[in-house]
Design a protein. Structure first.
Length: 348
């Protein structure tokens, strides 16, 4: 049975007893697969309003909205803490043991929401106000971030939360999605000379791409490629007339040269359609905090008008999107103090 979601208004009683573990589990137990974030957005908006925040539901699409919050009587904030509310499928209810919280979104990124709220409360108590921006759609197309970027609120810094093991990322790889389409000619497989196999052409195109030397950045590492989907053919006894493949490159720099190289490599075999790009970004670090290199993408490239970005959060990206996703309770509590520390250092 899922952990029972309690009334968010109880947090108005005494935030000094705020339990980030319990709040993480409550968030996990509100399903929020990308495109279906309405319920968790409403839960968060109620919880923040009960904690004396002024809350705005920022419309994104029907039934979907970002949540932006500022402390009451605060018109703006120099720093905004942000992460995403959506998760990848399937929904997995929360559980816990002495050390960890489990469930879909535990580290990516509902535990981060809980840590950022805890940090915001500590900072507000000491007289420092920060904004909170929780977004939809990060796992799919960053639509929530794109909508938010059209409505910036004057912040100087954006601290974005993703699972970085409580280390600050020096950079985040970009992504370039490529669709390869090979066309052939159908024929009876007993007479292959009368047809033209689209699958064979596609295989040769992929072989050429896998053999291609990819860019390297001395600070971040190699550009990598994954052949994620291959489709084609009609039956074993039919020469296939069409075949497609979806590839994803993890970028370590601008994509112009790579796009040209991919197009040249597959010319005569397949058409290359570039269907999505998320830029590579180098990021601000903070003195005295361990660093890492993020091989994954984030909402940061779509939030350019929300201030200079910092990427930091509890949990390991290696367990995100897995059946055993979890977040260490110790790391969750440490993240609250770490967010507070980073905010104070940036404001100095």
């Amino acid at each position: 049975m899922p952990f029972r979601v309690t009334n968010a208004l109880r947090y108005a009683e005494a935030m000094q007893t705020y339990d980030p573990v319990r709040f993480t589990r409550e968030l996990i137990d509100v399903p929020s697969i990308s495109g279906e974030e309405g319920a968790v957005g409403a839960f968060l908006a109620d919880a923040l309003a009960a904690c004396n925040y002024q809350v705005e539901k920022m419309p994104v699409a029907e039934g979907r909205f970002n949540v932006f919050a500022l402390p009451k009587h605060c018109e703006s904030a120099e720093i905004v803490l942000s992460t995403h509310m959506d998760t990848v499928p399937p929904f997995i209810a929360s559980s816990e043991d002495a050390e960890n919280i489990y469930g879909r979104g535990a580290c990516d990124a509902k535990g981060i929401i809980a840590a950022q709220l805890g940090a915001a409360e500590q900072l507000r108590t000491s007289g420092t106000n920060v904004g909170l921006l929780f977004l939809v759609g990060e796992e799919r197309d960053s639509l929530g971030a794109k909508i938010a970027n059209a409505h910036p609120r004057g912040s100087r810094f954006l601290i974005n939360g993703e699972p970085t093991d409580n280390r600050i990322a020096v950079a985040s790889k970009g992504a370039l999605r490529v669709e390869l389409v090979a066309n052939g000619k159908m024929a009876h497989s007993a007479y292959p000379q009368l047809g033209e196999s689209a699958i064979e052409k596609l295989v040769h195109a992929i072989e050429k791409l896998l053999a291609m030397k990819l860019p390297h950045d001395p600070e971040v590492g190699d550009c990598t490629v994954n052949v994620g989907v291959i489709e084609g053919g009609r039956a074993p006894n039919v020469i296939p007339d069409r075949a497609t493949a979806l590839l994803l490159y993890r970028l370590v720099g601008p994509s112009d040269d790579l796009r040209q190289a991919v197009t040249r490599a597959v010319t005569g075999l397949a058409d290359a359609n570039f269907t999505l790009e998320i830029p590579f970004v180098k990021l601000r670090t903070v003195a005295g905090i361990d660093t890492m290199k993020a091989a994954f993408t984030t909402d940061i490239p779509a939030l350019t008008d929300w201030g200079e970005p910092v990427l930091l959060g509890p949990g390991s990206i290696h367990v995100a999107h897995t059946p055993g996703e979890f977040l260490s309770k110790r790391e969750l509590h440490a993240a609250i103090e770490l967010y507070v520390r980073v905010v104070r250092q940036l404001l100095q």
